[in-house]
Write a protein that binds this ligand. Sequence first.
Ligand SMILES: Nc1ncnc2c1ncn2[C@@H]1O[C@H](COP(=O)(O)OP(=O)(O)O)[C@@H](O)[C@H]1O
Ligand SMILES: [Mg+2]
Length: 298
Amino acid sequence: MTDVPNESISSRLAKLKSQPVVLGIDNLGKTYPRPDGSTTTALAKVSFSVHRREFMTVIGPSGCGKSSLIRILAGLEDATSGQMLLDGKPDSGPCPDRGMVFQGYTLFPWLTVLKNVMFGLKMGGMGFDQARSEALQWIDLVGLTKFADVYPHQLSGGMKQRVAIARALANKPRILLMDEPFGALDAQTRAQMQAYLLQIWQNVNLTVLFITHDLDEAIYLADRIAVLGAPTPDIPHGHLQEIIDVPLARPRTPEQFTSEPFLATKRRIEGLIHKRVVPTMVEPLPMIKLTQVGDEVV
Ligand SMILES: Nc1ncnc2c1ncn2[C@@H]1O[C@H](COP(=O)(O)OP(=O)(O)O)[C@@H](O)[C@H]1O
Ligand SMILES: [Mg+2]
């Protein structure tokens, strides 16, 4: 969706929400068995929808079930309850309709960049010449044409993730699922990757569900943010707390990081995520003193 310059942010979001639902998540739950025979409920009763061309982020503290959710959505794990719908149809296991980019580098180290991107296309039955020409287009789109013939170990972390994005997009997925894809990158490369990803999303007919635990990243990238909460004594499983509209115009710019709407959104999410972490919940550390008398920090 291209932005109309004078369109207000809220009417842009309303228009987005009127788009068809690409991914429907309906009362999804996941329970894992424990070695002692009991179970852990990682996630329960999660429902939300991602609309065509939407960029949605999912944020939540560690252990709230983010990776469980995205693995179910990718078809890599079964849900224990509920269901997901892709274009209104029930899920049917892993398929090229869903592209996936993980935090860890998942390129085949023995294949060049070009062959990595061609891999899925050839597996899908495409002939060599067509696979090569399509792969080169995707490599061009992520700005790595000069690196098509090098091996993954010759690339920086950010470049590897750009190849992973090209590889996922080459299969023309209906939705791109990303699980903390920039989590292992240094701050500067991470900011660059966020800018690249937004450009790619603008230029390709793409719907994105992006998981992160970084508040700035969640806000900067998203149209809407699904905030998950970790288990608490009252709600003993990961759960959806709220869906937040991001009140920022597009295209996004680094100046927005310090704008009042950005900071207000950040405070709101911080309040949701951290509200239950009170100092009494942090266990006191053993007080072994390794300082000399007279050497204390004052
Ligand atoms: N394969 C598994 N087997 C057992 N427990 C798991 C498994 N995967 C995740 N869990 C548990 O489910 C909960 C949610 O984990 P996860 O989905 O990885 O959360 P997040 O990605 O938000 O950190 C955690 O308590 C975790 O220990
Ligand atoms: Mg995780």
